[in-house]
Design a protein around this ligand. Sequence first.
Ligand code: NAP
Length: 289
Amino acid sequence: MAKQLLGKEVTKSLNEKIKEQVQKVKEQGVTPTLALIRVGERPDDISYEKGAVKRCETLGVAYKKYLLPADCTQEDLLDTIEEINESPQIHGALMFQPLPDHLNELEAANHLLPEKDIEGITEGSMYGVFAGIEHGFPPCTPQACIEILDYYGIDCTGKKAVVVGRSMVVGKPVAMMLLKKNATVTFCHTKTEDMPSVIQEADIVIVAVGHPGAVDGSCLSKGQVVIDVGINMNEDGKLCGDVNYEEAEQIVDMITPVPGGVGSVTTSVLVGHVVDAAARAIKKKKSRY
Ligand code: NAP
């Protein structure tokens, strides 16, 4: 039976590190602060906001809400982002998406300074991920995958990694992050021929597809580490991943459950970015003198 890679274990360890870092930043007279930009009253956004606020409170990070009506103009939104960019008290911003249809999401995201882009949604942050340099922040879900691998001591150097899915949200950035950790990385997608034989060759498999059971036992082999990023509803209305867990746990060495895997780590990664952003801002200010 496969060992479960539990998000809550990773989160616990991550939270301890974040609390220590918050302490160090506060000792220098700065309170790490998150801006929450919400347009309208979508229940999904409100629920995500509650989770982020709760995690901020637990970890000693302050927050400020910027609430705009659902019918606000693009200019209103850009002005709000401008205000956040210019405020030395705000270190990072979380903008709930999708925005209402009449707003230009890409333009809004790119209006945010990369150093405050703790979600990794700007082109500047994506450049940082692809170049393997510290510029902006990586998106939280791919980083959560890496945090899980690190916490459980899974060394990527020289390992064969297969990433199933090639979106800009998960697949591509996580592949770049694995490459930075010296894995040999291959992608699978809807046009991949004989996907099972490609995945079977991997040591590490990261699946971000959006279909329950897209990766089943026929794709997997002994000794593998499987990170399931998928969040889906199955026919019984239950939350499930992209990997057929019942088949996978009989074959592979380690696997993340859904729920209880990647998803539970992402909020701490996000709050950790706010603290990193505050620490970077202090360093930048010091280097000016
Ligand atoms: P996406 O933008 O829809 O991309 C899905 C990718 O999977 C595409 O590259 C697609 O290939 C590929 N794909 C689809 N069906 C496939 C199949 N049967 N075999 C092989 N490849 C297939 O999805 P996403 O935004 O990356 O999200 C993927 C999953 O992760 C979803 O379940 C989402 O809910 C979940 N997610 C979880 C978190 C979290 O915090 N845990 C965060 C974000 C997303 P083509 O490019 O060829 O179309």
